[in-house]
Design a protein around this ligand. Structure first.
Ligand SMILES: Cc1cc2nc3c(=O)[nH]c(=O)nc-3n(C[C@H](O)[C@H](O)[C@H](O)COP(=O)(O)OP(=O)(O)OC[C@H]3O[C@@H](n4cnc5c(N)ncnc54)[C@H](O)[C@@H]3O)c2cc1C
Length: 437
């Protein structure tokens, strides 16, 4: 770790984590003219990695360097003090100090926790140390998986959600036979409405995906370089590699012993401040406001992480910036279709009404969810052009009577404000740089 000179009068802003949230905070603080010293602390070496671009690297659509969207130059150009390869092990919020492995200490005036999240593993003995089990979050994991794919003939992917389905496509394009296993009884359990999920299910089957729904992993053995996965009712699948995509857990272990309020993630207000003065949190490690429900929720989205980081950075630099929260929005392109989830498609209670416009001949499917007449969520297949205005309609709590359904179901209607879509889906980001600047 670089020695830290705390003798002089300049302030210290310590950013823990060099992902999208961390670097966005540093960029915002610099652009707002922060006069102190910015420290960036990361457990891994190298510049910011964007995990959402890894499927595109694995498929060969982008080169390795594209996964590091901010490059190496940013740190030097902005006189950032980098403490890379130095995992933070503890924070003392009373003394305002961050401790890193190897005994290093950095004092802070303000601290941002932006340590992101790690992939969840099923609770099955042996899975953690299995050579043939893969997860995807860091550049190192991406490279390890890329090498393994070269020799693999078949694979099992656990989790038929957005990342699992995308990776199934990537692997199958390489000629690898894929079994896609899902614990629940439908694909995309958190994102697709039960009335729309069968359409995606059918599409995946038509593309040759071997789907196993309601399958629970119970055990794992390795024999002669192959993995034997045990599922319920003595079903055994033999495979070359296992890819786990069942969710994430925030990286918070180093907070033990602090008074920082944690639910699943670190609770933040709309300034990204935690309950402890001068401690902020942003990105996948945090639980910020869901703009639709007002509840504190984890989002797991690159755009949200960057907005939250930016908000924290501006505030540390002395501005007064609030972030109203994020509307859940997931846009993914897999097996030739674009799937979009907006807002809340499974609202609890209330009077729920579903409006559907399915046009199988054109491959376009739209499902809107109303709660007491107000639009709260939507699922779209191959209907990207409507996503921006539906997002706006959800945020404006537009009702069916307010002209929404008429517009939506009769696209020539003119009674709805056209707002530019604000999506940055990964498949578009993989192609352009503009989002980062
Ligand atoms: C395969 C994949 C596909 C995805 N696709 C999409 C998508 O299509 N759209 C979308 O919006 N989002 C997508 N995401 C999610 C998106 O990548 C994350 O939401 C985003 O990267 C979160 O940024 P972050 O800065 O909060 O966390 P991270 O990117 O995880 O960065 C956190 C950093 O903190 C470091 N760190 C952790 N612990 C410590 C410690 N103790 N000390 C020091 N440093 C530490 C980590 O090494 C890491 O560098 C995808 C994610 C994956 C894995």
């Amino acid at each position: 770790m670089n020695p830290v000179d705390s003798s002089h009068k300049r302030k210290h802003f310590v950013i823990v984590g060099n992902g999208g949230a961390g670097i966005s905070a540093a960029k915002a603080a610099c652009s707002a003219g922060y006069q102190g010293i910015i420290h960036m602390v990361s457990d891994i070496e190298g510049p910011t990695f964007n995990p959402m671009l890894s499927p595109y690297y694995l498929s060969g659509e982008i080169v390795y360097e594209r996964c590091f969207p901010f490059g190496k130059e940013f740190y030097e150009k902005n006189s950032i003090q980098c403490h890379f390869g130095s995992p933070v092990e503890a924070i003392d919020t009373q003394q305002q100090k961050v401790y890193v492995s190897g005994g290093g200490m950095i004092p802070y005036d303000d601290c941002l926790i932006a340590t992101g999240a790690s992939p969840l593993l099923p609770k099955v003995p042996g899975i953690q140390n299995s050579y043939n089990v893969f997860t995807l979050r860091t550049a190192e994991q991406m490279i390890r998986l890329k090498k393994a794919l070269m020799g693999a003939k078949n694979a099992v992917i656990l989790g038929a959600s957005l990342i699992g389905i995308k990776l199934a496509e990537v692997l199958m394009r390489k000629g690898i036979r894929v079994i896609l296993v899902e614990l629940t009884k439908q694909v995309l359990p958190f994102f697709a409405h039960p009335q729309l999920a069968p359409i995606i299910h059918e599409h995946l089957l038509n593309k040759g995906v071997d789907l196993r729904l309601s399958w629970a992993l119970e055990g794992l053995e390795e024999k002669k370089g192959r993995v034997y996965l045990h599922f319920q009712e003595d079903q055994i699948v033999k495979t070359d590699l296992v890819l786990i995509c069942i969710g994430i857990k925030p990286n918070l272990e180093f907070l033990k012993g602090t008074q920082i309020e944690v639910d699943r993630g670190i609770i933040v207000d709309d300034h990204m401040q935690t309950n402890i003065n001068h401690v902020y949190a942003a990105g996948d490690v945090s639980q910020g406001t869901n703009q639709l429900t007002g509840k504190k929720e984890m989002m797991g989205l690159w755009g949200n992480a960057c907005y939250q980081g930016r908000t924290a950075g501006y505030n540390v630099a002395g501005m007064n910036v609030s972030y109203p929260g994020y509307l859940p929005q997931y846009v993914n392109h897999f097996f030739g279709i674009t799937f979009i989830h907006l807002g809340d498609i499974n609202p609890q209670g209330g009077e729920i009404e579903i409006l559907k416009q399915f046009e199988p001949s054109e491959g376009i499917y739209s499902l809107l969810v109303f709660d007491k007449g107000v639009l709260v969520g939507a699922n779209l297949i191959n209907n990207l052009k409507e996503a921006g205005r539906l997002k706006t309609a959800i945020l404006r709590k537009q009702t069916k009577e307010g002209g929404l359904s008429r517009y939506f179901f009769y696209p020539s209607g003119k009674d709805f404000n056209l707002i530019k879509p604000v999506f940055s889906p990964s498949f578009m980001l993989a192609k352009k740089d503009s989002f980062y600047n």
